[in-house]
Design a protein around this ligand. Structure first.
Ligand code: ME8
Length: 512
């Protein structure tokens, strides 16, 4: 089986999970489920980023040890993912022994390659972003007077200490070459151009160790230094796969690494240069998605408006949240979360379109034929058009998810559902029943049921439970969506005359 590896960022444990964290992870889950169903040997990794000054400070402010803070947040994440039907294959903690081994091995690789040297760092640092800034960069970004971080606009602090450096500047040309030679490497395109411009403006060597705090992984052979948290964190993508025991781990290079646009520079530049120095292949693709606001406002601790997944889950089914997040905003664009928009999309696309097609089709089948598919007659042009549309959907969804266009894939599925509803109106099964045209009635109902079955199958990666319930009604047997492959239920024509469907029960009742 062909391998497929998808990752999310590993999330800081200084705070609880919120809407932004679940967004990336749900997106990765849809890709993982779709690939598993397409018979790929899939590995889906998520986890947490436990080290660094930011986490140490958060723990200090609570008067607890960093590991105690980490443990409590890890528990939240580990409870949350199953509730959101996230099917990660592994969960990496950066405090784990396997990860520490991986990071120290990565350090030694960089050192042996001559990419690390000792020096003295005398510039600025943003703790919330765990980012170094040079005076010149602060000046260019007009942040020098206020001494704020150009990315997050919070205060930067002066750092003066002995430090190891990574020769990032030496990778400038190779990075540009790689990005130019691999047009799919960084997506979306606007972000790719942004990265290229940043590299072209000149890369500086990167400070990669700290001596003024201790919550991190010690530098091998010089324990007074801890490894810079980004070098530590980025290595998770291979430490989880067994690096260094596995020299080039199975599943590496990743097929796609999903991240938010906030951390693109770290991935596209630092991570790529680290891998180049360590002579490991680069990921095939890094996708930086956009930023969510909530009801028009930036989520922030000070505003106290971060949307907590537990609150969302108290009112909405996980599948509805999954659907909304991926349907509402083109992946890569910024978006706004509002409860009105969620309800509107739910009612129009899930309750009205899909729910209606399912209910009316199975109700008519039940009413006119006791729920059983009958012998069909000759196919007409409108039947062939529906079959072709369904086949087109299967191909298109695969292609669209291949480029992480979740919203287009869902729109493509919706377009078949709308086609199905039009087909009902055009063929008016109730009139066929009244006229006693049994053969045509059977044909129409058969086409509706097969459409629903194949739509349900395509919806599984997005809404595993709801799509499973849809399919269970069509198949009249419980469908286990986590083990189902696309080919198990075949293409058009899998259901045979005599197949019995269940009576419909609403999968998407209207929301008031
Ligand atoms: O950056 N909208 O962790 P983090 C969309 N530990 N996505 C959002 C978001 C928002 N408003 N807020 C957060 C870190 N995210 C590092 C990563 S990886 C080797 C280390 C998502 O807890 C998005 O995926 O700050 C973003 O990149 C990530 O959470 C940042 O999570």
């Amino acid at each position: 089986m062909q391998p497929y590896y998808v990752t999310t960022p590993i999330y800081y444990v200084n705070d609880e999970p919120h809407l932004g964290h679940i967004y990336t992870t749900i997106a990765a889950d849809v890709l993982a489920r779709h690939k598993r169903m397409s018979s790929f040997d899939t590995f889906f990794l998520t986890g947490v980023d436990e080290h660094g000054q930011k986490v140490q400070q958060a723990a200090e402010s609570k008067g607890i040890e960093p590991i105690a803070l980490a443990d409590s947040i890890v528990e939240r994440y580990e409870n949350l993912w199953p509730q959101l039907r996230v099917s990660n294959d592994d969960f990496i903690r950066t405090s784990s022994e396997r990860h520490k081994r991986g990071v120290q091995a990565m350090w030694c690789r960089l050192e042996n390659a001559g990419a690390i040297y000792k020096g003295f760092y005398e510039d600025w640092y943003c703790v919330p972003c765990e980012t170094y800034w040079k005076e010149t960069q602060l000046k260019e970004a007009e942040c020098w007077e206020s001494k704020i971080c150009p990315d997050c606009e919070r205060a930067v602090e002066k750092v003066q200490e002995e430090s190891y450096f990574f020769r990032l500047s030496g990778f400038q040309d190779r990075l540009i070459e790689h990005i130019n030679a691999n047009p799919d490497f960084i997506a979306p395109e606007s972000r790719r151009n942004e990265v290229l411009r940043f590299i072209e403006s000149g890369l500086h060597d990167l400070s990669v160790s700290r001596t003024t705090f201790s919550w991190g992984i010690p530098v091998p052979g010089d324990e007074s230094h801890v490894i810079y948290v980004w070098i530590d964190a980025l290595t998770n993508y291979i430490s989880a796969l067994g690096f260094p025991e596995h020299e080039v781990p199975k599943y590496w290079p990743a097929d796609v690494q999903l991240i938010g646009k906030d951390i693109l520079r770290f991935h596209a530049i630092y991570w790529s240069a680290m891998l180049m120095a360590a002579e490991l292949p680069l990921p095939k693709r890094i996708f930086a998605h956009g930023w969510w606001t909530v009801e028009g406002e930036k989520m922030s601790k000070s505003l106290g408006n971060a949307l907590r997944p537990a609150d969302l889950l108290a009112d909405y089914d996980a599948d509805v949240i999954r659907y909304f997040l991926l349907r509402e905003v083109p992946f890569g664009h910024d978006g706004d979360f509002s409860f009105d928009a969620l309800k509107q999309r739910y009612n129009s696309e899930l309750a009205n379109d899909i729910g209606n097609l399912l209910n009316r089709s199975l109700s008519m089948l039940d009413k006119y034929n006791g729920g059983a598919l009958g012998e069909q007659g000759e196919e007409e042009a409108c039947d062939r058009a529906l079959i072709a549309d369904v086949a087109g959907m299967q191909r298109d969804v695969d292609e669209m998810l291949g480029r992480q266009a979740f919203h287009l894939a869902l729109e493509r599925i919706s377009s078949v559902v709308r086609h199905g509803n039009r087909y009902v109106e055009d063929n008016a099964p109730w009139a066929l029943a009244k006229a006693g045209n049994e053969v045509r009635l059977n044909t129409v109902l058969y086409h509706l049921v097969e459409t629903l079955r194949l739509v349900g199958l395509q919806l599984i990666p997005f809404m595993p439970e709801k799509a499973g319930t849809m399919l269970s009604q069509v198949m009249s047997t419980r469908v286990n969506t986590s083990e189902l492959m696309f080919h198990d239920l075949g293409g058009w024509g899998y259901l045979k005359p005599g197949h019995q469907c269940s009576k419909p029960s609403p999968v998407f009742p209207r929301m008031e």
